[in-house]
Ligand binder design. Structure first.
Ligand code: HEM
Length: 137
């Protein structure tokens, strides 16, 4: 597959991954009676959109990274930092989907946990995009 297709998949995936993760976290942080079905509805968004989009973003990213790693990215500090931050971003997304699954199954999850995850995902995404565009080191 050509670089342009990987780049396309990268941005498509990032848009829907980060967009839905932050939206779901904000919606889940509102104190809502669990009987309303909001937990199940939000979980459906993470299962159907957020996680598949994350995988598409990763496929696009690795499709560009792997063939060019040795001659281009191995010596670029911003890319190494980006990859470390990505682990945190993927971890925060995993926490969000896990907490949402528990909430949808009827377990108690504090509303502020979702608020904090929404902030964490937003700030990590902001740092990753800043690094990828400005490439400061
Ligand atoms: C495992 C996950 C990821 C890998 C392997 C990866 C890898 C890459 C690679 C190789 C490029 C091409 C850089 C170039 O044009 O030379 C790129 C571009 C980019 N990535 Fe990622 N990336 C990942 C996840 C993300 C995430 C989660 C975000 C945003 C939150 C992101 C934001 C960007 C941006 C904004 C660019 C465009 C840079 C430009 O065109 O100037 N990446 N990524």
């Amino acid at each position: 597959m050509s670089m342009i297709v990987f780049r396309y998949l990268h941005f498509l995936g990032i848009t829907f991954w980060i967009g839905t993760a932050v939206a779901v976290a904000i919606a889940a942080s509102a104190p809502t009676p669990w009987e309303s079905g909001i937990a199940q509805a939000l979980r459906k968004v993470t299962v159907r959109v957020t996680t598949p989009s994350m995988l598409i973003a990763f496929a696009g990213g690795f499709g560009m990274l792997i063939p060019n790693f040795a001659e281009t990215y191995a010596s670029q500090g911003w890319m190494h930092t980006k990859l470390v931050l990505l682990l945190a971003l993927a971890g925060a997304t995993g926490l969000l989907t896990g907490k949402l699954r528990r909430w949808a199954e009827g377990q108690e999850v504090a509303a502020q946990t979702f608020g904090r995850l929404g902030w964490a995902i937003s700030i990590l995404a902001l740092l990753v995009i800043t690094l990828a565009i400005f490439r400061p080191f």
